[in-house]
Design a protein around this ligand. Structure first.
Ligand SMILES: Cc1cc2nc3c(=O)[nH]c(=O)nc-3n(C[C@H](O)[C@H](O)[C@H](O)COP(=O)(O)OP(=O)(O)OC[C@H]3O[C@@H](n4cnc5c(N)ncnc54)[C@H](O)[C@@H]3O)c2cc1C
Length: 453
């Protein structure tokens, strides 16, 4: 296929979540033609699954500038910038209107099942970069199709692939068989059926990030109305000064408040804490479950388990592409060192763009939550900057692609005295926390980061 023909092809964006839709807006702003393929039937299909959870970022930090520009002629006005949307608000008041403006450029019920180079599997070198991408799709009605693309931006997130309970990263023995009593999501206790599942029950919560804090706070609230409701909070690490996050020193105050609410749940006796526990077996005991740790400890039976130990990317449909991924985080190799919890003690998020997001397979990009692989520190505004830079690069504007236009708030406990007591890599991984540098850094410059992150 000639370069001219290839240039006429759309740029396929996988996923109509916040970052995929922002990618489409940024591409349009550059005069490029996006085609967004979304597995769900609505914009923000993943975000809607946590509709009941309030974001710790205010509206001003979760909308994309190019998207706002696209929405403006419709009379859309961004909700109060200092107010905090729920996932449901984010989807209904911003993502869906944005998808509506994009119109036929967004296809719903279109699951991407494979991406490759046309006529070239992963092994073949010949003229590889000259071949357009081929994107395989399965539509909701079951029929399959192929679309050719000039470039592919994968913004499919990680929501559908939560990490299992097992401390070794694999499902614990018995975990699958106990599926009727295990969830990997923060439960929506406003739903009467869900409420009944936890009211008056003993529930294990595994994990130590914002989602675990939220679940602890929810169950503590429920305990005030439904006696007998009790949580057992299971941490792979011990309790340190940083366990409850940055508190008042978190530059995202709502995120700091989540940690304080979790602390209150423990202090008020609504949750017991079990530390240094790595689940290896989930045993049935009548209708209840017994969690067994690597060290042989057996916890008292619980009725329910909520596993909130992070997410991981689904790379299966990208298998024919030559991706350069870090072997630990499964994030792009140049991005990984910037977000690696093994190196950055508080999960630093450095501004970055097309340079860090490129792969040996030219024209293929992972963005958004998925670009972070297993690192837990992704923020929407980071993703908006990623897709701005990629759109600029695809439009041939290298200067704009390399310029970082982002100042991130410091979140978590970077530099907070005594709050992070030299956590191990595992502690960071488990935390699912967010912690970002407040500086505007040149792309790739990690030497001037403040706060000892
Ligand atoms: C509970 C929770 C609270 C959060 N709070 C904040 C916050 O306060 N501030 C902040 O900055 N960040 C927050 N985040 C992190 C992050 O900003 C969000 O997860 C955000 O939704 C990530 O956007 P995304 O577009 O990368 O992925 P997603 O929102 O997950 O969107 C991915 C989309 O791709 C679709 N998809 C998946 N696979 C396919 C496929 N094969 N083919 C086609 N479509 C596919 C999905 O249906 C989905 O619509 C939070 C995350 C969670 C889980």
């Amino acid at each position: 296929m000639s370069e001219n023909t290839s240039a006429a092809l759309p740029i396929v964006v996988i996923g109509a979540g916040p970052i995929g839709l922002a990618a489409a807006a940024q591409l349009l702003d550059r005069g490029l033609e996006p085609l967004v393929l979304e597995a769900g039937q609505t914009a923000g299909a993943a975000v809607r699954e946590w509709s009941h959870v309030r974001l710790f970022s205010p509206w001003a930090e979760v909308t994309d500038p190019a998207a706002e520009k696209l929405l403006a002629p419709t009379g859309w006005v961004r909700p109060d910038g200092v107010a905090y949307p729920t996932g449901g608000d984010w989807a209904e008041q911003y993502l869906q209107p944005l998808a509506d403006v994009l119109g036929e450029r967004v296809r719903f019920g279109a699951r991407v099942t494979g991406v490759s180079r046309t006529g070239r599997d992963r092994v073949v070198d010949a003229d590889r970069d000259q071949q357009p991408f081929t994107v395989h799709i399965r539509y909701a009605d079951g029929h399959e199709a192929r679309i050719l693309a000039r470039a592919v931006i994968d913004a499919s997130g990680t929501w559908a692939t939560p990490s299992p309970l097992g401390g070794d990263g694999l499902p614990a023995l018995g975990e699958r068989a106990a599926a009727d009593h295990v969830t990997y999501r923060v439960p929506d206790l406003k739903d009467p059926a869900v409420r009944a599942r936890y009211a008056g029950k003993r529930t294990a919560i595994i994990g130590s990030g914002a989602s675990a804090f939220t679940a602890l706070a929810y169950l503590a609230d429920l305990a005030k109305e439904a006696p007998g409701t009790h949580a057992v909070w299971i941490l792979r690490r011990g309790i340190t000064g940083s366990t409850f996050g940055g508190g008042a020193s978190d530059q995202l105050p709502a995120r700091g408040a989540l940690g304080l609410a979790a602390k209150a749940a423990v202090d008020e006796g609504h949750a017991d804490v079990v530390t240094g526990f790595r689940t290896t077996v989930v045993e049935r005991s009548g209708d209840r479950l017994v969690l067994v740790g690597e060290d042989g400890r057996r916890l008292d039976p619980v009725d329910e388990v909520i596993g909130l130990t992070g997410f991981r990317p689904d790379l299966s449909f990208l298998d024919e592409l030559r991706l350069g991924l870090d072997e630990r985080l499964q994030a792009p190799v140049e991005l990984a060192p910037l977000i690696d919890p093994n190196v950055h003690s508080c999960g630093t998020v450095y501004p970055h763009g097309v340079k860090e997001l490129s792969h040996p397979e030219q024209g293929a990009y992972l963005v958004g939550m998925k670009s972070y692989g297993r690192a837990p520190t992704f923020l929407a505004m980071t993703g908006y900057e990623q897709v701005r830079s990629i759109a600029a690069a695809l439009a041939g504007d290298q200067e704009a692609a390399e310029r970082v236009e982002l100042t991130l708030p410091e979140t978590g406990v970077c530099g907070g005295a005594g709050l992070f007591d030299e956590p191990t890599a595992e502690q960071n991984e488990e935390s699912g926390g967010c912690c970002a540098t407040p500086a505007t850094l040149p792309i790739g410059d990690t030497t001037t980061a403040p706060g000892g992150c």
